[in-house]
Design a protein. Structure first.
Length: 405
């Protein structure tokens, strides 16, 4: 069994080894299978005989596994003829192909769920079991999802050369920077379960991406993740219940992560190429900068939400803007912004997640406890997880108790 240090090393080397095989001509699915076989071999061999060049060892073994599998498949004889002869064992090439994998895994033909799973497997180096546990699905289900994603990437005839940066900050298809960032943000928002902390994993992968591509939105996403992650310890009470932002113990916020996130954000904003992740990070930075909830600069937060609406015109952004307007200009102004969202959203604002919870909060601020209690109960029924449902149920019960006094 590998030590924790060996496991971390294997995970860090996995994307580079996979990228070497793809660059040599292996299709993505076959290359990924060969790398997984090499990792199993490493777990067996390394404890007794650790290699001097870990990446070179993995590349050599994975390439042999790929050639063995190719030669054993009679239906692939013609493809085997095109495979170059096995390179002599030696140090692994210094070329870093990891960036290619981000864009292959963000292939436009993949669903978001498949792109996330493939990124965690190919770039993150996680096992299928770890990914399945993190997403609370059976391992067989996750294995099928990853297998389909690999076939999709291979079946589209994607050449890794097409995903290489032409110049720093400029990339070709397949995938694009925006798609890669959305995949990483999806991973981050899953939080953690099982033995893998997906929030921390998303930060690790985004740091890795930021080291390889000079793009202000990559920096913006990294800053956003760090600023959100800095508040993580204060988000839940000892019993696991949610603690709203205004009620969090700010002494428990990680000031080092906040400082790092703000520094990265300031450098990105200075380039004057604003994107949605930079704008979101600016809002998170304003929350982090406030010594108390009462000292939050809500006026400036509304201005940043105006920028986000201009960039995305997302109903979720408009919903969050209504909260900010309610804090900056009073609950009735917030309710007016919510009514504008209802009028502009197809099917009405009720189709927007968390709309009932926001309306409940604003009605409570406006003194309409009956409506607020009813909306909190409605929001609890629509909650996407147990912790959120319990929090909203408690809010409804609290207001009903106040009304009965």
């Amino acid at each position: 069994m590998t030590s924790p240090m060996d496991e971390a090393l294997l995970r860090s080397l996995t994307p580079g080894v996979l990228a070497v095989l793809v660059r040599r001509g292996a299709d993505f699915a076959a290359a990924e299978d060969a790398v997984q076989d090499a990792l199993v071999e490493a777990v067996r061999v390394w404890p007794a005989d650790p290699p001097r060049d870990a990446k070179g060892w993995l590349v050599t073994v994975a390439w042999r596994k790929f050639l063995d599998a190719t030669r054993a498949d009679a239906a692939r004889r013609r493809r085997e003829d095109r495979v170059e002869e096995e390179p002599a064992p030696g140090p692994a090439p210094s070329v870093d192909d990891t960036l290619q994998l981000y864009f292959l895994c963000a292939h436009p033909s993949l669903t978001p769920a498949s792109a996330v799973a493939l990124t965690l497997r190919a770039v993150g180096g996680l096992t299928t079991r770890q990914i399945a546990e993190a997403y609370l699905v059976p391992e067989a289900t996750m294995a099928q999802r990853i297998s389909r994603a690999k076939r999709t990437v291979s079946g589209n005839g994607v050449s890794p050369a097409r995903a290489q940066p032409r110049a720093r900050g400029s990339l070709d298809r397949p995938g694009d920077v925006a798609t890669v960032l959305r995949v990483l943000y999806l991973i981050f928002n899953e939080g953690y379960s099982g033995d893998v902390d997906l929030a921390a994993e998303a930060i690790r992968l985004t740091r890795q991406l930021a080291a390889r591509i000079d793009h202000p939105e990559v920096a913006g996403l990294l800053a956003l993740m760090l600023l959100h992650h800095a508040r993580r310890a204060a988000r839940t009470a000892s019993d696991g219940s949610l603690v709203p932002l205004a009620e969090q113990d700010r002494a428990r916020w990680d000031t080092a992560l906040i400082a790092e996130g703000v520094g990265i954000l300031q450098a990105a904003l200075a380039r004057d190429r604003l994107g949605e992740f930079q704008a979101q990070a600016a809002i998170a930075a304003l929350h982090a900068d406030a010594p108390t909830a009462e000292e939050t600069d809500w006026v400036q937060i509304v201005e940043w939400y105006d920028e986000l609406v201009r960039l995305t015109d997302s109903p979720v952004v408009r919903l969050n803007r209504a909260v900010a307007v309610g804090e900056a200009d009073g609950p009735r102004a917030g309710l007016a912004a919510l009514a504008a969202l209802d009028a502009s959203s197809p099917g009405g604002g009720d189709t927007v997640p968390r709309r009932a919870a926001v309306a409940a909060y604003l009605h409570e601020r406006d003194g309409d406890l009956a409506t607020a209690a009813r909306l909190y109960a409605e929001a609890a029924r629509k909650a996407s997880n147990v912790a959120e449902r319990d929090h909203l149920t408690r809010q409804a019960a609290r207001l009903n108790a106040r009304r009965c006094r």
